[in-house]
Design a protein around this ligand. Structure first.
Ligand code: NAP
Ligand code: MG
Length: 402
């Protein structure tokens, strides 16, 4: 068979630990035999990030901005223990944070559903994608433990003009105080990424905030979304047959639980932090959760939602074969190849991505699974296999469809 041709390079970001091991297996078994892969490779593994003083992460992010589509392996975000383990020069920042800042993007997380793993919420038939605004609010807040009686005020000193002071509370006893902020530019990018991705996926977009209580702060989020929708996306949404729906966050939460799924749920930063854990747990497994970073101007970075699966890696280092689930990483590859194909008009590449996904799901439907899924599957008697055998089983099914 002649290999499938590519025109624009895909930005490939390699990573760490067990997912780095899976990365190579996936490439060797499921990509390179079938696709004449045109990739610009960046090694974001922690040793190379340290050698380059993290320059490689910035270079990879800029390449993503230039070419438009990347696929990323999970990476270690260093902490004190990793400093010792890898003898690092510095506690480098999270690569995902760096890439997100360069692309000014929003992360969309969606579960991969299969028949034999039922969501805890029994009426959910289709995936629910969560979009989390990953900037500001309590994550960049300034806090104060109020030690005793006293007056708290909000002070804004403009570059030009008169300062404004608002009373917060006259403390008659000790308490707590917090100042949080967000920026119009960030809220606008968030809104545009959400509208663009909803169109891309042809799914409705839901957004919830608490504008009845937080009239200025959450009210601004609501207003920005509505303004951008009306000016830039309304006509496109109508043409695509999808809707934009705003409601109070508590109403949205209730509706999400009663829904059949199949929509994108835009969340403010804290809501997204909490609700993405709730939704992913209710759908079954972190190992079946995909993640895509979308910038407001339509650049994409595909990855798995889980980390580097350190515990499995330490066992693998001792020579053990592990049963680590590669599905989310395979779907990162298929997602990126499909998007590259779509942007470059390469139907064969799009079709390959679809067939890779179908072969992966067929393998699971046939009852061949990694350990994490065997524990969750209902109504079948799955065979537990190690990662390598699992990927080979997918390859056999993929070859049969090509
Ligand atoms: P993790 O790698 O997601 O793993 C946590 C646990 O979840 C694993 O020990 C495993 O449970 C289970 N698990 C996750 N993915 C799995 C898979 N594909 N197959 C089977 N089981 C899976 O999270 P972590 O241990 O908290 O973090 C490890 C490293 O990843 C950290 O250094 C962190 O900085 C990094 N991280 C990176 C990203 C990213 O790059 N996007 C995201 C999160 C974390 P059992 O051990 O019980 O089998
Ligand atoms: Mg969380």
């Amino acid at each position: 068979m002649e290999k499938i041709r590519m025109t624009t390079p895909l930005v490939e970001m390699d990573g760490d630990e067990m997912t780095r091991v899976l990365w190579k297996m996936i490439k060797d078994e499921l990509i390179l035999p079938f696709v004449a892969l045109k990739a610009e490779y960046y090694d974001l593994g922690l040793p190379h990030r340290d050698e380059t003083r993290d320059q490689v992460t910035m270079d990879a992010a800029l390449a993503n901005k230039k070419y438009g589509v990347s696929v990323k392996c999970a990476t270690i975000t260093p902490n004190a223990q990793r400093m010792d383990e890898y003898h690092l020069h510095e506690m480098w920042k999270s690569p995902n944070g760096t890439i997100r800042a360069v692309l000014d993007g929003t992360v969309f997380r969606a579960p991969i559903m299969i028949d034999c793993i039922k969501p805890v919420v029994k009426n959910w038939e289709k995936p629910i994608t969560i979009a989390r605004h990953a900037y500001g609010d309590i994550y960049k807040a300034t806090e104060l433990r109020v030690p005793d009686e006293g007056k708290a005020q909000l002070l804004y000193t403009p570059k030009n003009g008169q300062p404004q002071t608002l009373d917060i509370y006259n403390f008659e006893c000790p308490g707590v105080l917090q100042g949080q902020f967000n920026k119009d530019t960030s809220i606008e990018s968030f809104a545009r990424s959400c509208f663009a991705y909803a169109l891309d996926q042809k799914q409705d977009l839901w957004f919830g905030a608490k504008d009845t209580i937080s009239k200025q702060y959450d009210g601004e989020f609501k207003a920005v979304f509505q303004r951008i929708y009306d000016a830039e996306y309304k006509a496109k949404f109508e043409a695509a047959g999808i809707t934009y729906f705003y409601s109070l966050i508590d109403d949205i939460v209730a509706r999400v639980i009663r829904s059949k799924g199949g929509f994108i749920w835009a969340c403010k930063n804290y809501d997204g932090d909490v609700m993405s854990d709730m939704v992913s747990t209710a759908f079954g497994s972190l190992a079946m959760m995909t993640s895509v970073l979308v910038s407001p101007d339509g650049k994409y970075e595909y990855e798995a939602a889980h980390g580097t699966v350190t515990r499995h890696y330490y066992r693998w280092q001792k020579g053990e074969k592990t049963s680590t689930n590669p599905i989310a990483t395979i779907f990162a590859w298929s997602g990126a190849l499909k998007k590259r194909g779509e942007l470059d008009g390469l139907l064969e590449l799009v079709s390959f991505g679809e067939k890779l996904e179908a072969a992966s799901l067929q393998t699971l439907t046939d009852g061949i699974m990694t350990k994490d899924l065997c524990n969750l599957a209902e109504g079948i008697h799955p065979v537990e296999v190690d990662s390598e055998s699992f990927i080979k089983a997918i390859r056999a099914r993929l070859e049969a469809t090509l």
